[in-house]
Design a protein around this ligand. Sequence first.
Ligand SMILES: Nc1ncnc2c1ncn2[C@@H]1O[C@H](COP(=O)(O)OP(=O)(O)O)[C@@H](O)[C@H]1O
Ligand SMILES: O=P(O)(O)O[C@H]1O[C@H](CO)[C@@H](O[C@H]2O[C@H](CO)[C@@H](O)[C@H](O)[C@H]2O)[C@H](O)[C@H]1O
Length: 476
Amino acid sequence: MALVDPKTGHDGVTLDLDDGEILRLLEAWLPSRRWYPAKGVDVVLSCTARIPMPSDAQGGRQPFIAIVRARREGAGGVDVTLQVPLVLEQEGADPAARPAGPVVDPSALVGTTSAGRLYDGAQHPAFWSAWLDAATWAEEDRPARQPYDFTGAHILSVEQSNSSVLLPRVAGGTMLKILRTLAPGDNPDVVVPLALTRAGWHGVPTPYAWHELTIDDPEGSWRAHAGVLAELVPDATDGFELACSLAADGRPFNGPARELGTQVAQMHSALRRAFVDEVRDVDPAWLLDALRRRVRSASSASAAVRERATEIEAFLAHMSSVTDDAVRQGRPLPPVQRIHGDLHLGQALYSPQTGWRILDFEGEPLRPLRERTRPDLGERDVTGMLRSFDYAAAVGHAGSTEWARAARRAFLEGYNGYLTVPGALGFGQRPSLADRVLILDSFELDKALYEVVYEERNRPDWTHIPLAAIDRILGR
Ligand SMILES: Nc1ncnc2c1ncn2[C@@H]1O[C@H](COP(=O)(O)OP(=O)(O)O)[C@@H](O)[C@H]1O
Ligand SMILES: O=P(O)(O)O[C@H]1O[C@H](CO)[C@@H](O[C@H]2O[C@H](CO)[C@@H](O)[C@H](O)[C@H]2O)[C@H](O)[C@H]1O
């Protein structure tokens, strides 16, 4: 396969490597990646497309993207399309012709092929450099062309569903996020922060550039956002780390939780302005349908959820009768709107200079992309954050249930306090207190069901954390 540089149109390096050889290496390598979404599932992998990246001045290093489909049919089936950036270093690659920055870490080696060594592109300067060349830039932020300065650059080793690369010397300090699961169309992680900053809300890191792919595979030709480069939040601490360390020291998280509550309310207000066409009234029965769908998918994936089927059914029946009452008595739900969709403490960064910044608008990575951007109640995000206080108390060994309860109260005070600022939000009518408690409970159950499946696949030792919440909500 001869690769053609998409930017310059001239012939690139010939990649004398067939898909079978790449796949054999990926089959062994992918399941050990933190971001691989089909861990523990016996899937069939296929390489559906290969996309060349600009390869000027890489001295025998050819960056490209393998599009890999992971499929398994039937109950608990999986069908995901993954972005796997790779770099093929041919024998005799010129050591001098590489961007300034780190030497490629040996852990980045995916394997050795007949055409040379194959590296994880997310950990390779030749891919970073190609990405920056291929990206679309928002304004005139584009840094000088190659060679880029990759001093201090490295991939983050945090628990995450995508891959993030810290580039301290690119465009004044940036974070490159390589999206791992691709779906046709716009990705909310690109378009939402762009819309928010354009609407004048700066509670997100400013996006500078993004990368879009056109994929020609057996399904046809489709386009997808594949990555985004954003401003680096200075001296940032992840909200989850901060909360866990305070819990471990027996110190409260109430002050930061209150400020975070206010920031989340402001985010909802800005999302409403930025996506005003999505604000609409919904039938309250929709709430129940959404929870039933979650119960079905979590039950099919998890035996622990199936064990609690009787109590879950009783909760659904109770919810159904309260919803009927609300409808009969004319107590409507507030309108739905664009929300974050997977808000938790790990999506909030605290910086002494800038306060809280909110990240990662991709929604829940285990759901199909088209479902993740569905308008919803702001309470969905509120509950996501409440779940996180539970996690932080468990992981930080807070020692008492009061730590999480106090953090929850403070967060809600911050959130609700902002809702009362006259005219600040245009949030319209909020649910009555009793309805709100029910909404929060049912959303918390919904989220904890999601978490059980997520933990069983990714961190089985932590499954007890959401299970305890489910049991609390069900009164088990
Ligand atoms: N702009 C940024 N500035 C500083 N750190 C960031 C930035 N963006 C992401 N991070 C760090 O990277 C982590 C993962 O980013 P995130 O967007 O949540 O990825 P994922 O979707 O894979 O979870 C965050 O928890 C944070 O620690
Ligand atoms: O950040 P991601 O989009 O990758 O979100 C996924 O991974 C999260 C874990 O990093 C997971 O969050 C769960 O664990 C957190 C602690 O690590 C906790 O604070 C959250 O409350 C809990 O939901 C998230 O659910 C998943 O979608």
